[in-house]
Design a protein around this ligand. Structure first.
Ligand SMILES: *Cc1c(COP(=O)(O)O)cnc(C)c1O
Length: 409
């Protein structure tokens, strides 16, 4: 049986987690701070806050920006539910727009969806393929779009325009025009969930890259307080003898990362660039070579230009294979055949308008034709560090025979 994306848990991870457990400090502390610093160094952004999930990180940023009742947040229709759920949590309205053939949000569609209520755009780097951040960053700075913006909170007044909050759950290590995600736009949020490229079991990070006149370090301190009850001292600071007294300055959240999680993340990050990313890329390139001669295979891009202009490199989080001319029911049959041959595959994702909650809220899949056309014939193949070259061939053979069985039936 070939699983879909098991985490890479080896002796090194076990040793570091054991060391954290034995250190006498298991909640947020030195290992979390070290991971934050190393993430900033890796991504090239000023500062990073680790949290307990990407979902928490996205919600914390929406709340920090003062998003609430009546506000609109533009997101792609083709994403995981977390992107939309956090907008609902804040009492705001998720405005769904269609994607492009590369699975990423359509910037033309974003532009037509902007109103005077738009506060945030949350693009998603689908499968690790970065969005066109040059165009997104330029869009929110356009004169007519800036003049539409109506600032309520202090952060909104300081920014003076729509915030770009990237859902970078898939794209740690991806590059666009020579820069890494995390340093490509205002704020990016990574996920370290068990199935993601870099894991801490559960976890996430907020990469701050806010423009002048924001002081990213000051925003970091503000978010750190917000992420831990609104308390002005964290547990480590309170531990210092005689330093027991604290204050709560707001009704904050409980979103902090623990040092046990950070211990896993530190090992993962140390080998990420030299070992994890090249292996993932190699697997994707092998798939491309194994499928390229099959006329029915529509292959994802790993390393190429976006819009014939911007050099981009994927973090190879997913391998979203598509089967030309196949509709939803045939795709589901192909998956059933693949599963019977003991290979685990997936579909990324069920588009938001097809999920009960969003469908019942009035979103209709017929309004997102590209999203549906990608979804109906998409099959995500296994990509993980320990997947051997032989197994890659086995996956490809299994997929090819299953697709041909359905196409010829
Ligand atoms: C996994 C994922 C999230 C949520 O990440 P968590 O760390 O589990 O909260 C958000 N958006 C997308 C696109 C994801 O795939």
């Amino acid at each position: 049986m070939i699983p879909f994306s098991p985490p890479r848990i080896d002796q090194k991870i076990i040793d570091e987690v054991t060391a954290a457990l034995k250190s006498g400090w298991i909640t947020t502390g030195p290992r979390t701070r070290k991971l934050e610093n190393q993430l900033s160094a890796f991504c090239g952004n000023p500062t990073t806050l680790c949290v307990n999930s990407a979902t928490s990180g996205l919600e914390l940023m929406l709340r920090w920006f003062g998003v609430g009742e009546g506000d609109e947040v533009i997101i792609p229709a083709y994403t995981y539910a977390a992107t939309a759920n956090v907008v609902i949590h804040c009492g705001a309205i998720p405005v769904l727009v269609d994607v492009r053939k590369d699975f990423n949000i359509s910037i033309q569609q974003v532009e037509s969806a902007i109103t005077s209520r738009t506060k945030v755009i949350m693009p998603v780097d689908f499968g690790g393929w970065p969005c066109n951040y040059q165009e997104l960053n330029a869009l929110v700075r356009k004169k007519d779009i800036v003049s539409l913006f109506s600032a309520k909170s202090q952060a909104q007044k300081t920014l003076g325009r729509i915030l770009i909050l990237s859902d970078a759950a898939h794209s740690l290590g991806a590059k666009f025009n020579g820069k890494r995600t995390g340093s490509l736009t205002d704020v990016s949020v990574f996920s370290f969930h068990a199935v993601k490229n870099l894991t801490t079991a559960e976890g996430g990070a907020i990469s701050l890259n806010l423009p002048e006149p924001f002081d990213n370090e000051a925003v970091y301190q503000e978010l750190r307080v917000k992420s831990l009850h609104g308390q002005n001292k964290d547990a480590l600071a309170k531990m210092q003898i005689g330093n027991w007294k604290y204050d709560v300055v707001e009704a904050g959240y409980k979103m902090n990362m623990t040092d046990i999680q950070a211990a896993i993340g530190l090992v993962e990050l140390e080998r990420y660039e030299e070992d994890t990313l090249p292996r993932r890329k190699s697997i994707c390139i092998q798939y491309i070579n194994l499928f390229r001669n099959h006329a029915w295979a529509i292959l994802p891009t790993v390393h190429d230009l976006i819009d014939q202009k911007h050099e981009a490199e994927s973090s190879c989080h997913l391998f979203p294979l598509r089967i030309h001319g196949v509709h939803e029911e045939q795709r589901d049959r192909i998956i059933q055949l693949i599963s019977q041959k003991n290979v685990a595959v997936n579909v990324h994702f069920l588009p938001l308008p097809m999920l009960s909650f969003y469908r019942n809220s009035g979103y209709e899949i017929s309004k997102y034709p590209i999203t549906y056309s990608l979804y109906e014939n998409e099959i995500s193949l296994p990509v993980y560090y320990d997947l051997s070259d032989d197994q890659v061939r086995q996956v490809a053979d299994t997929v090819i025979s299953s697709v041909e069985e359905v196409l010829n039936s």
